[in-house]
Design a protein around this ligand. Structure first.
Ligand code: PLA
Length: 514
């Protein structure tokens, strides 16, 4: 409707009251835009008062309107936008502007260069929360995203985080840019938390640590490093894995393939499949491993199995790449949950480790994490770090400071650190207790003889229920239980009070939907 009006006004009454250039001089437009508009107005005999009404839309569309003929040229020559050819050709733009007709101006306003962009589907994990918010049913449950909730199903800000923030306020710290690699105090404590302060790798400075935009941003930075310095190398990812892994490597243009991980028959680890797929991969591949609390299955290798995984990775000269998003959250112990990474480091292997503080410190929205590259010498580590910085600078320049300071304060202060460990045990403990209650409810209510004990064997935030797509849909459509379509439920979003309701929903979906 608005476009139609604009078109009518452009061909409407022709009495001129104010000279065209004087109206234009009152508007906050760049001089080239003013000149261009003047040329246009002349060509179209546009009335000055009508011009004033047309200007807001044109001023925002100036660049795009004036490039229209050029775009057509580019289309005909099959040149992609964003190539160097574009900037070479743009110079001719102004010359062509003179040949604009009334018709081409109208179509330039109506036709969008973004018109061919299709609607993206909602994110399979974060999109679940959007759907949940729109539901008004009183029993609704959001078991989609892995975010910790209290027993009342409210988000939780850790006490140690509040204390660290108070300290920060008292100190009146400034908000200047961080260096590209992030806060030095954070980088120090995060590597120590991962490997242990006394670890040789740290003592001998064989580690390149760069603060990242939480786990996701750190993985993405590592993917950029792989793409630049190991072109064509493949990343092996578990089947299944956290859905965003594939997006990260796709966007970084790093080829990936899957190794077997989950065995639906045993609802456990397909250890032999995993080992043989890692063995069969081209030498020197990167092997993405979940440090603890595998997402989405909640199934981790045993310590002995980790040793065998390390053996085959070493044999094949592969590079282990750990994603540690749940340190302390799986078992309640920071050290136990880092033992897989430490086992590999103790063998003197080079490795990559992405860390996240979203879950264990509840700093989801602060976007705080790190990428660590363990190298065979401190000299190499320094060079790797310099290249990580070089990759980060054009991507996001430097990371945010707030979360980095919180982590540095909590991990670097023994009182706060101990308090954090207690709070983490509490969170991990609450998840374990609803896991148990869910298992008890499933076993008590389901008299089909189905063995639900896999729920108890899985660890971390999630339970991989084995429900298929249609059954998961039933959970949402009939029971208002929001979860990902792969059958994963986040137990961190479940309360004891709702365990029985959830068990009813699972039993109904499992037995009555095929
Ligand atoms: N790696 C794994 C294995 C994860 O599960 C997640 C988060 C991340 C990395 C990244 O988290 P971060 O960027 O916040 O540090 N997975 C969540 C959230 C909890 C998500 O999908 O973004 C999940 O629900 O699976």
């Amino acid at each position: 409707m608005r476009k139609k009006k604009r078109r009518q006004s452009a061909i409407g009454n022709r009495q001129s009251a104010i000279p065209i250039p004087s109206v234009l001089s009152l508007l906050p437009l760049p001089s080239s835009a003013v000149f261009f508009f003047f040329v246009l107005a002349r060509a179209t005999q546009l009335h000055s008062s009508q011009m004033a009404s047309a200007i807001p839309s044109l001023s925002s569309a100036t660049a795009f309107t004036s490039r229209r003929p050029l775009l057509d040229n580019l289309k005909q020559a099959n040149v992609k936008l964003g190539t160097p050819n574009q900037s070479t050709l743009l110079g001719k733009d102004h010359i062509r502007a003179k040949s604009f007709t009334r018709k081409s101006m109208t179509s330039a306003v109506e036709v969008s260069r973004f018109g061919d962009i299709t609607m993206a589907p909602p994110d399979p994990i974060l999109g679940v929360s959007e759907a949940f918010r729109a539901d008004t049913h009183e029993m609704k449950l959001n078991l989609g995203v892995g975010a910790y909730r209290t027993e009342d199903l409210h988000p939780y800000v850790l006490n140690v985080v509040k204390k660290a923030e108070n300290l920060m306020l008292e100190r009146g710290e400034n908000k200047e840019y961080l260096p590209i690699e992030g806060l030095a105090a954070f980088n120090k404590v995060t590597a120590e938390l991962l490997l242990g302060a006394q670890n040789d790798v740290i003592q001998q400075q064989k580690i390149a640590t760069v603060q990242g935009l939480s786990g996701t941003g750190s993985l993405r930075l590592a993917a950029a490093l792989i793409e630049r310095y190991f072109p064509g190398s493949k990343v092996l990812i578990s089947s299944p894995t956290w859905g965003n892994h594939k997006n990260i490597f796709n966007d970084a243009r790093v080829p990936w393939s899957e190794y077997r991980y989950y065995d639906p028959r045993t609802v456990g680890l397909d250890f032999h499949g995993m080992i043989s797929d890692i063995k069969a991969a081209p030498e020197g591949s990167f092997v993405l491993l979940h440090g603890c609390a595998h997402n989405p299955t909640g199934i981790d290798p045993t310590p002995e199995q980790w040793e065998s995984i390390a053996d085959v990775i070493q044999e094949k000269n592969h590079i282990p790449f750990f994603d540690v998003a749940y340190q302390g959250f799986a078992s309640g112990s920071l050290d136990t949950d880092a033992s897989s990474v430490r086992l590999f480091a103790a063998r003197g292997m080079e490795l990559l480790v992405a860390q996240s503080y979203s879950k264990n410190l509840g700093l989801y929205a602060e976007r705080i994490g790190a990428i660590n590259v363990v190298c065979s010498s401190s000299d190499i580590a320094q060079r790797v770090k310099s290249q990580l910085k070089r990759l980060a600078r054009p991507m996001y320049s430097n990371p945010p400071i707030h979360g980095a300071r919180i982590v540095a304060n909590v991990v670097g202060n023994s009182d706060l650190f101990n308090e954090w460990k207690e709070e983490m045990e509490l969170m991990a403990g609450r998840i374990k207790s609803v896991r148990k209650k869910l298992y008890d409810s499933l076993s008590a209510k389901d008299n089909s003889g189905k063995d639900w004990s896999f729920v108890l064997k899985q660890i971390g935030m999630f339970s991989f229920t084995g429900l298929n797509n249609a059954q998961s849909e039933n959970m949402t459509n009939k029971w208002h239980v929001y979860m990902t379509k792969d059958g994963r439920i986040s137990l961190a979003g479940l309360s004891s009070a709702k365990c029985e309701y959830l068990a009813d929903a699972i039993i109904d979906s499992y037995h009555n939907v095929s």
